[in-house]
Design a protein around this ligand. Structure first.
Ligand code: PGA
Length: 259
């Protein structure tokens, strides 16, 4: 997407869209290598940033296969501490050493199944920024909250606590993924207009520079409609990112109808 910015004259600025593959608990290392080698053969437009978030075990493969590539990668979670007696956890320093650029923080599956709270999200966001990782902060309401008209209040709480204590310059570096919980893995995506309303609220609560993407049942058929909304700057993709064919189709579909 291109737009004209005026200041001292007219300037053409390229706005990049962000497409993040959240593989969740899928793929062995041989399957990862196969996917990444196939993806590297695909032409990716310069205005698309593609991030792969595989399981931790596949991160060394990412480092090996993607060093020097325009495709970047990250993790699906991390602890906030550098090291310590935290059995089963991974530290920001470890992710940094593996060449990660991004880390997903506070995915609703982590909040629901592993007791992550707004407060642990806040600690992780601060730790990620401290280590030069871009946090992809997931926020979103449950079906029950939506039905009780609590969406805006939930988003306001989650976003405010995630940003608590950060400098405005740090907030500007964040990515927010608006993921209504009822839309994740359900095949029932939010409408682009509904998502756009929430995106506008997130921007009002944060900074003009933050990147805000949508997640929840995004696929090749609906991505074009999401990307038509100026407030939607990309997508966090689960199911449709696991096979290279469906992911490629989605990336291709994202440019349809774009201005
Ligand atoms: P989905 O998952 O695309 O399969 O709905 C999205 C997510 O959980 O990030």
């Amino acid at each position: 997407m291109w737009f004209y910015a005026s200041g001292h004259g007219i300037m053409l600025v390229m706005i990049k869209s962000l497409f993040i593959a959240n593989w969740k608990m899928h793929k062995t290392n041989p399957a990862t290598t196969q996917f990444v080698r196939a993806l590297k053969q695909i032409f990716l437009p310069a205005d698309q940033v593609v991030v792969i978030c595989p399981p931790y075990t596949a991160l060394p493969i990412m480092q090996q296969e993607l060093t020097g590539s325009t495709i970047v990668y990250g993790a699906q979670n991390m602890h906030w501490a550098n090291e310590g007696a935290y059995t089963g956890e991974i530290s920001p320093e470890m992710l940094q050493a593996l060449g990660c650029s991004y880390v997903i923080i506070g995915h609703s599956e982590r909040r629901r199944d592993y007791n992550e709270t707004d407060e642990t999200v806040q600690r992780k966001v601060a730790a990620a920024l401290h280590h030069g990782l871009v946090p992809i902060v997931c926020v979103g309401e449950s079906l029950d909250e939506r039905n009780h008209d609590e969406t805006m209040a939930v988003i306001q709480r989650q976003v405010s606590i995630a940003c608590h204590g950060l400098l405005p310059t740090d907030v500007a570096r964040l990515v927010f993924a608006y993921e209504p919980i009822w839309a994740i893995g359900s095949g029932q995506a939010a409408t682009p207009e509904y998502a756009a309303t929430v995106h506008t609220l997130i921007r009002q609560l944060t900074r003009p520079e933050v990147t805000i993407i949508y997640g929840g049942s995004v696929n090749a058929d609906n991505i074009g409609q999401f990307m038509q909304q100026p407030s939607i700057q990309g997508a966090l993709i689960g199911g449709a990112s696991v096979e290279v064919e469906s992911f490629q189709q989605l990336l291709a579909g994202s440019t349809i109808n774009r201005i």
